[in-house]
Design a protein around this ligand. Structure first.
Ligand code: ZN
Length: 295
């Protein structure tokens, strides 16, 4: 078992908000559930960690939900991740089984994500209050694209670094990352010093592989001037239930349900959740029960 967790922190006397996480277990579970190939594993893992980091940074209440959608036009298709501020996340990739040639011995994330589309962030704050922001893709590496989103859409100068390391047997050895936002009042020389440290630090993938904790990562980024304010576990979680799929079948209407019952070849009707690949089976009797209730 991996110990996945998020830390929230402030730095430089409260003029920087910072977040960092380890998510090796989360990305491993995404890889297993969706059977992703390595570059897609990295792309999906970064999207999921990005959703967790943004949720930590921008959601106030436990029942609020944040979704990151990446449509870069590349072979992986649409990447989608939904997270909340309790550290729960689920994610899916349009085409899990695609490759792109490695670049400098590294997984070619931009090669499967693409650079010709957009990245959208939707915050569902409850009570039908939803905010959606969108930017054009820049790098296809997702971390830089998220930083661009925060800079442009939310007018907050930000840094985002995320990495996933995949072993030759396709399993995930390490995954982690960070996000920071500069609030008004950070002097230019401090900004330059932060940029220099971001450049000189090893890639987030390397830091996680080396066993650097989220706390240590933030201390390195901000030269020790960090105050950790909070930490909480992060985990894969899909809120799908059999009842929700029953309601989904019922919403198809009586005619369509009758057609499915008549045409079904298998001994049961199978419905699969795209987010977690859990299959739900409904026998003909159960389908007729839903039909009776839907009439
Ligand atoms: Zn599910």
């Amino acid at each position: 078992m991996h110990t996945d967790y998020m830390v929230r922190a402030t730095a430089l006397d409260g003029r920087v908000r910072a977040f960092a996480l380890h998510a090796t277990g989360v990305v491993s579970e995404l890889q297993r559930r969706h059977d992703t190939h390595p570059a897609v594993t990295a792309a999906l893992g970064r999207t999921a960690m990005g959703a967790l980091l943004l949720a930590a940074a921008s959601l106030k209440e436990d029942d609020q939900v944040l979704t990151v959608e990446v449509r870069g036009g590349g072979p992986a298709g649409r990447l989608l991740a939904t997270a909340n501020a309790r550290g729960q996340v689920r994610a899916l990739a349009g085409n899990p089984h695609v490759h792109a040639p490695s670049r400098d011995g590294k997984l070619n994330v931009a090669g499967v994500v693409g650079t010709e589309g957009y990245l959208a962030v939707t915050r569902d704050l409850g009570m039908r209050e939803t905010y959606r922001g969108m930017v054009e893709m820049r790098s296809g590496e997702i971390g830089e694209d998220l930083a661009y989103y925060l800079a442009k859409s939310e007018q907050t100068p930000s840094g985002v670094g995320m990495g996933v390391f995949v072993l030759p047997d396709l399993s995930v050895e390490a995954a982690g990352g960070y996000l920071f936002q500069l609030l008004p009042g950070v002097p230019d020389d401090e900004i330059a010093a932060i940029e220099e440290r971001v450049r000189s630090l090893p890639h987030p993938t390397e830091l996680v592989r080396l066993g650097v904790t989220p706390e240590d990562l933030l201390h390195r980024l901000f030269a020790g001037e960090v105050e950790i304010t909070d930490s909480y576990p992060v985990a894969f979680h899909c809120p799908c239930t059999r009842e929700r799929f029953e309601a989904g079948i019922a919403s198809l209407g009586a005619t369509e349900i009758e057609r499915i019952i008549e045409e079904e070849q298998a001994p049961y009707t199978e419905v699969v959740c795209h987010f977690c690949n859990q299959a739900y089976h409904f026998s003909p009797d159960q389908m007729r029960g839903i039909l009776d209730a839907a009439r």
